[in-house]
Design a protein around this ligand. Structure first.
Ligand SMILES: [Zn+2]
Length: 232
């Protein structure tokens, strides 16, 4: 009997430009009924590693049976790509050129998913979604404008690729705003990868409520101010 689980595979923590600690992101995911989570800090697996350590050492977190996927949002020279792995690949040293990333993920038992590919405001890779062979495409990003998400969904459907919906939360409260439903055989990370590669997934597109949108905008303003004055 297949099991349906909700996944958010694109979130950020203090290990890149997010507001929350990995613990805050995990708790927020659990509160929203997310059973599969990845922390995808920019150009580092550090947030994911911290989350794995927390889950391993915290009895309460472990009891929730959260399936955690190790992740990293890599800024390639052409735009952002989510790298999702079955286990920590051993370093943050992921190549920055798309053909090399695709070789790297297959050598490291990971998958590569263009993040918000048509978002011209946030480093989407654009039509390179059609030029290279990806495992899936982020077809809905809760921070992207509808037109950009629509173009990503159209590309995935034309290419016959699985589509993911993710929050891209930089503030813990936004985790799980958008999510993907996975149909799996059992509650393991391996089953999640299998369901994704077999396209047993359904993107559930939701934008944040006005209250959450204000939180996101306020974090993004504070983040920019901190770059000018770290004491803010
Ligand atoms: Zn992101």
């Amino acid at each position: 009997m297949p099991i349906r689980v909700k996944a958010d595979l694109h979130t950020h923590t203090i290990y890149s430009d997010g507001e929350g600690e990995p613990r805050d992101v995990i708790i927020s995911a659990l509160n929203r009924g997310i059973s599969v989570l990845s922390i995808t800090d920019h150009d580092t697996f550090k947030g994911s590693l911290k989350a794995l350590e927390l889950i391993r050492n915290d009895e309460k977190l472990r009891r929730n049976n959260l399936i955690f996927i190790v992740g990293n949002e890599v800024r390639t020279v052409n735009g952002d790509v989510l790298v999702l792995c079955r286990e920590y690949p051993g370093s943050d040293d992921v190549p920055r050129l798309i053909p090399e990333i695709l070789d790297w993920v297959s050598e490291n038992n990971c998958i590569a998913v263009p993040a918000h590919p048509y978002d011209i405001l946030r480093h989407g890779i654009g039509d390179r979604v059609r030029k290279y062979k990806w495992h899936a495409i982020e077809v809905f990003n809760a921070g992207a404008l509808p037109i950009f998400n629509w173009r990503a969904a159209r590309a995935a459907s034309e290419l016959g690729l699985p589509g993911l919906a993710n929050s891209d939360a930089h503030v813990p409260e936004l985790v799980g705003v958008a999510y993907t439903v996975f149909e799996v055989e059992d509650l393991t990370a391996e089953s999640i990868f299998k369901a994704l590669l077999n396209n047993n997934v359904k993107a559930v597109a939701h934008y944040p409520s006005p209250g959450l949108l204000i939180k996101r905008i306020s974090w993004s303003v504070r983040r920019r101010l901190r770059r000018i004055n770290p004491a803010v």
